[in-house]
Design a binder for this molecule. Structure first.
Ligand SMILES: Cc1ncc(COP(=O)(O)O)c(C=O)c1O
Length: 420
């Protein structure tokens, strides 16, 4: 029997678990509650990463736990495409009314964010009879062959895994490049009539918490509409209230044709969805979409509980309040510490750059030092960004003021140390 120490389980991990999977922290977690994590030695950590954005309603929320238990005792699996079940159908109904867009919508469930995004491409290709997909620099969409191809960062995501899927075109993104660059792109790189979909994260996650300017998506959507291209919002990380609206694209007031939803949808139970224009989802021939585990009943029950919690426990308000608190702290640090560069993102999906100095060169080593310092002092934070130099916040919205203060002071002490 392995003795409960982080070191022993690390050894077990290195002996039996693939090295191909990264290790953001060297702790081994045993349990979690709200915004707190406990390792196998009983040490407590304030959670600033929320299972990489899956725990917006907090770890082991009693309503989610109860919903999972009740559903597990009733029906754990039947394979939706053979026998459908109410909990998935009523969840589809709820998601269709939650996602942006005044048109008729339908939903379809998947198991991972990558699978959902990949299916947006399948649906777009089927409907448009075009094969091209436009994605963006710094974008992250997953690890399957197609979504890895759509992802921007080479190491670690793509290195050694080629050849990549064809017909994926990448354009620059964000505040330094307006959406009208897409017109130029269509002259230089690909004919718009060959493009099925533009797939974009409204606020880039892994790529460094980058939010484009206020008129960006209106312009981008117009270009898509003018050219018969479908507009797909990848809300896997930015959705479920993370930016203070249920879906981040709502900040721009545009209606995506398809939305990919995941991560916090079912509070950590694998469940993702594609929701969008009914006619697009219905056009695909019967049997063209699906999979053994898609829309698992236990996962759907967890998602219902999550949506109930949003309705009854003011999750969007909590997200907005969390966003205001962290941003004001990050902005304070920006003034105090020369190594803190741009403060990025929207609301509770905010982060800050670590830079070498006034030249604003990314400092990934400093980010790693800060991550390590926090871990050793009771907070788990993650870096992100194409250059690995952005510290991001994906803390559960239920984090208490006291936990937040404590966690932020750990980060602040770490900054003071690395800035000495
Ligand atoms: C924007 C975005 N899309 C897709 C994915 C892939 O999701 P998954 O890891 O569940 O496959 C992620 C994961 O981080 C993501 O952030």
């Amino acid at each position: 029997m392995t003795k409960n120490t982080n070191e022993n389980f690390r050894k077990l991990r290195s002996e039996y678990y693939s090295n191909g999977v990264g290790a953001g922290s060297n702790r081994v977690v045993d349990s979690a509650k709200g915004a707190l994590l406990y390792d196998v030695e009983g040490n407590e950590y304030i959670d600033f990463y929320g299972g990489i954005g899956t725990m917006n309603v907090g770890h082991c929320h009693p309503k989610v736990v109860k919903a999972i238990q009740d559903q597990a005792a009733k029906l754990t699996h039947s394979c939706f495409q053979v026998n459908a079940y109410p909990v998935a159908l009523t969840l589809a109904e709820r998601l269709c009314s939650l996602t942006p867009g005044t048109f008729d919508k339908k939903a379809v469930f998947f198991n991972s964010g990558a699978e959902a995004v990949e299916n947006t491409v399948k649906i777009a290709r089927y409907n448009t009879k075009r094969s091209g997909v436009v994605v963006f620099e710094n974008g992250y969409h997953g690890r399957t062959l197609l979504t890895m191809t759509m992802t921007s960062k080479v190491k670690p995501f793509k290195f050694g895994f080629g050849p990549f899927a064809p017909e994926v075109y990448r354009m620059p993104f964000g505040d330094k490049v307006g959406a009208s660059a897409l017109n130029d792109f269509f002259i230089k790189h690909v004919n718009p009539e060959d493009i099925a979909a533009v797939v974009v994260e409204p606020v880039q996650g892994e790529g460094g918490f980058i939010a484009p300017p206020p008129d960006y998506f209106q312009e981008l959507v117009k270009i898509c509409r003018d050219n018969g291209i479908l507009f797909v919002s990848d809300e896997i990380q930015s959705g479920m209230g993370r930016t203070g609206k249920m879906f981040a694209i709502e900040h721009w007031g545009v209606e995506p044709d398809l939305v990919a939803v995941g991560k916090s949808l079912a509070a950590g139970i694998p469940l993702t969805a594609v929701v969008g224009r009914a006619e697009l989802l219905d056009a695909v021939h019967t049997g063209g979409l699906g999979g053994t585990y898609n829309g698992n009943p236990v996962a759907c029950a967890a998602a219902h509980a999550v949506l109930d919690i949003f309705e009854t426990e003011g999750m969007l308000e909590k997200s907005i309040a969390l966003g205001e608190k962290i941003r004001s702290k990050f902005e304070k640090w920006q003034k105090e510490f020369t190594k803190v560069g741009e403060v990025r993102g929207i609301g509770a999906m905010s982060g800050f750059e670590l830079v070498k100095g006034p030249d604003m060169q990314p400092d990934a080593d400093a980010a790693q030092q800060l991550v390590n310092y926090c871990q050793d002092n009771g907070a788990i934070v993650l870096s992100c960004g194409i250059y690995g130099h952005v510290i991001r916040c994906l803390a559960p919205f239920v984090i208490t003021d006291e936990q937040l203060e404590k966690g932020l002071s750990i980060i602040e002490n770490g900054l003071a140390k690395i800035c000495k």
